[in-house]
Design a protein around this ligand. Sequence first.
Ligand SMILES: Cc1cc2nc3c(=O)[nH]c(=O)nc-3n(C[C@H](O)[C@H](O)[C@H](O)COP(=O)(O)O)c2cc1C
Length: 196
Amino acid sequence: MKVTAFNGSPHAKGNTSIAISLVLEELEKESINTEIVQVGGQIISPCKVCLKCRKIKDGYCHGYENDSEDILNYCLDKMYESDGIIIASPVYFGSVTPEIKALIDRAGYAARAMDSKPLKRKVCSGIAVVRRQGALTTLEQINNFFALNEVIVPYSTYWNMAIGREPGEILNDKEGVSTLKNLGTNMAWLLGKLYG
Ligand SMILES: Cc1cc2nc3c(=O)[nH]c(=O)nc-3n(C[C@H](O)[C@H](O)[C@H](O)COP(=O)(O)O)c2cc1C
């Protein structure tokens, strides 16, 4: 079994990365393979509504075929090969980062265009990292992507969020840390039931 986590922060080693690691450590304890894909700060352009995904129906985005640096189809491959997906974002003005918005818009259209519904019943969770306000809106944005792709979403003892500003600060948020660890435990349990 494998879970891939997408880090929407431009900080590869910031709070969002730490939040992801807290979940992944629990998954690894149950022998689930994990991988982090760095999305923040990478080239992942917005959906240009060419709608080629709906015509070609191969599960990929064809809007940026001549841009070898655009990582969207790489991200789709990682989603398709995984049993579980984590999408984590710091809150930027009450929202996911632009890279995560591009990821969910384009991945959502490309995956949903396929008749086989390739994300269906994967075990998926969003994570929001916040200095003060906007976590629930950010989680809802991620969950909207999950909802329309028929995935199964485990939860924890609180919403999947942690509080911190400077890189590393979320480790002072004891409730956030325990919420994320418990999310990892619940995700591992569900994966075991479905795919173990
Ligand atoms: C452009 C920008 C906008 C932000 N907007 C918000 C916000 O709306 N609400 C909030 O609580 N924190 C906001 N923050 C703070 C980050 O969410 C917070 O510092 C987070 O821990 C950064 O995670 P990272 O270390 O993974 O990048 C913002 C930060 C930046 C850079």
